[in-house]
Design a protein. Structure first.
Ligand code: DX5
Ligand code: ZN
Length: 226
């Protein structure tokens, strides 16, 4: 298994939305990416933030944005997030009938392209599309809400993706999202994930930056010598 150094991406879904800029700065210097969950009350029942908030936040921090679109019709909205300066824009496989074409548009707009796979979606049909993507986000819960319990069975998808990525020598981050915390990150890393979203585990902690460092240490240790 070839796994690059881990990326830790705190999710602002668990932050205080009235103090977003401050909450983002609390993880600067510790986090690699800032994970931004966009939900539209259609693809998922929950509703969060959209483009205007991302545009304003973009000016408030140097951290790269990892935008996770849990929305229907990503073709209509995703390129706007690339134009707003997102580092990576991930949309859901379940919401898009031509993922490769949208990935091309995102790359042309200057962003990395990410494909997300929700809890009930098998990974196999998507493995052959991965050369068109820079990140593969595998949900370790059902998308829609923070603070849910990690589902270890979903790591089978991570293992399948890691085998495929290594065999094909693909340059692709395998990201896990949902219930990632000190007691779950090691098993996700051992399964082959190399990017870790953590909401509650970071923003529920007294010291968010310290929580990020701790998660990083655990992920590194889990893959050391693998
Ligand atoms: C949920 C979001 C996650 C969420 C994770 O659908 O995609 O990014 O913020 O939150 P925790 O880490 O609390 O499970
Ligand atoms: Zn997310």
């Amino acid at each position: 298994m070839t796994v690059p150094p881990p990326i830790i991406a705190p999710s602002i879904l668990a932050a205080d939305f009235a103090r977003l800029a401050e909450e983002v700065r609390a993880v600067e210097g510790a986090a690699d990416w800032l994970h931004v969950d966009v939900m539209d009350n259609h693809f998922v029942p929950n509703l969060t933030i959209g483009l205007p908030v991302v545009q304003s936040l973009r000016a408030a921090t140097e951290l790269p944005f990892d935008v996770h679109l849990m929305i229907t019709d990503p073709r209509r909205w995703a390129p706007g997030y690339a134009d707003a300066g997102a580092h990576n824009v991930t949309f859901h496989a379940e919401a898009c009938d031509n993922p490769v074409s949208l990935a091309k548009d995102l790359r042309a707009a200057g962003a990395k392209a990410g494909l997300a796979i929700d809890r009930d979606t098998p990974i196999e049909p998507y493995l052959e599309l991965l050369p068109s993507f820079d990140t593969l986000l595998i949900m370790t819960i059902k998308a829609g809400f923070g603070g849910q319990r990690f589902i270890p069975e979903l790591l089978d998808k991570v293992r399948a993706a890691r085998r495929h990525v290594d065999a094909g020598h693909l340059e692709l981050r395998i990201e896990v999202d949902g219930g990632i915390a000190a007691d779950t990150i090691e098993q996700a890393a051992a399964a082959g994930a190399d990017a870790f979203v953590a909401g509650t585990a970071v923003y529920g902690a007294e010291d968010p930056a310290e929580a990020v460092r701790r998660l990083r240490g655990l992920a590194e240790r889990a893959t050391a010598g693998a």
